[in-house]
Design a protein around this ligand. Structure first.
Ligand SMILES: [Zn+2]
Length: 230
């Protein structure tokens, strides 16, 4: 794919932000030992405030499947049968309904391939909390998977959309927590920076202009790009 962004009606074709607030120059290429699989609710797919796509933009092997009430992607169901992978369903700890399926994450994940263990893939339900509850109920193919439950202490920083509970993390924040849990602190920071840059530029574009001042996150990501090229 062409790495450069193309403009579609004033919007960048890659980051989907207004061209004056394009964040493509900041996007890090993150290499991780873990992978993500997004099951994105149909209603979430085209929302400009959706953050699941930030994960797919930065972590190249991310799988993205569209979820709708009436059909589940057949490729997604097939991928769950891959015996070389260990899929985890990531779901909030407060759900009492699935307590017996909650398992602690195996932190030896860094050595997974050399030792013949399985590759770990985190399934994220990319949806609002209410939608995610329904998605889980209606997706029998997820019933056998171990659940990885996050209980992060920090509150969600995502203010672009009002979450029904302030402590529910948005999709990219969940991925940031998971990278940290897998021992990849530097990768977690890169994704965190990209998320902050996205939020900042989205808000600026909403007011009809670009970002006027360079933030710490913007500086760090540009430095990262420079280090990668040189
Ligand atoms: Zn862009």
């Amino acid at each position: 794919m062409d790495e450069r962004s193309t403009s579609i009606g004033g919007y960048c074709g890659r980051c989907r932000l207004l061209q004056i607030a394009c964040i493509c120059q900041y996007r890090p290429s993150i290499r991780s030992e873990v992978e993500f699989c997004l099951l994105t609710h149909a209603a979430e797919y085209r929302k400009p405030t959706n953050t699941g796509r930030l994960i797919a933009e930065c972590l190249a092997p991310t799988q993205v499947y569209r979820w709708s009430r009436t059909e589940i992607d057949i490729d997604f169901q097939r991928s769950l049968e891959d015996s070389s992978c260990q899929y985890w369903l990531v779901y909030p700890a407060e759900s009492t309904e699935h307590k017996d399926r909650i398992k602690p994450f195996d932190t030896s994940v860094g050595d997974s391939r050399q030792n013949g263990y399985k590759k770990h893939i985190f399934i994220l339900l990319d949806a609002t909390w209410q939608q995610a509850v329904k998605m889980l109920r209606k997706s029998s193919c997820l019933n056998h998977l171990p659940i990885l439950s996050l209980n992060p202490e920090r509150l969600s920083q995502y203010s672009l959309r009002r979450a029904s509970h302030a402590h529910h993390l948005c999709t990219v924040e969940v991925a940031i927590e998971l990278l940290g849990l897998a021992g990849e602190k530097a990768n977690a920071l890169l994704l965190q920076d990209y998320f902050l840059v996205f939020s900042q530029h989205y808000m600026a574009a909403r007011s009809g202009h670009g970002v006027k001042q360079e933030s710490e996150s913007m500086r760090r990501l540009l430095k990262e790009q420079y280090n990668e090229v040189n």
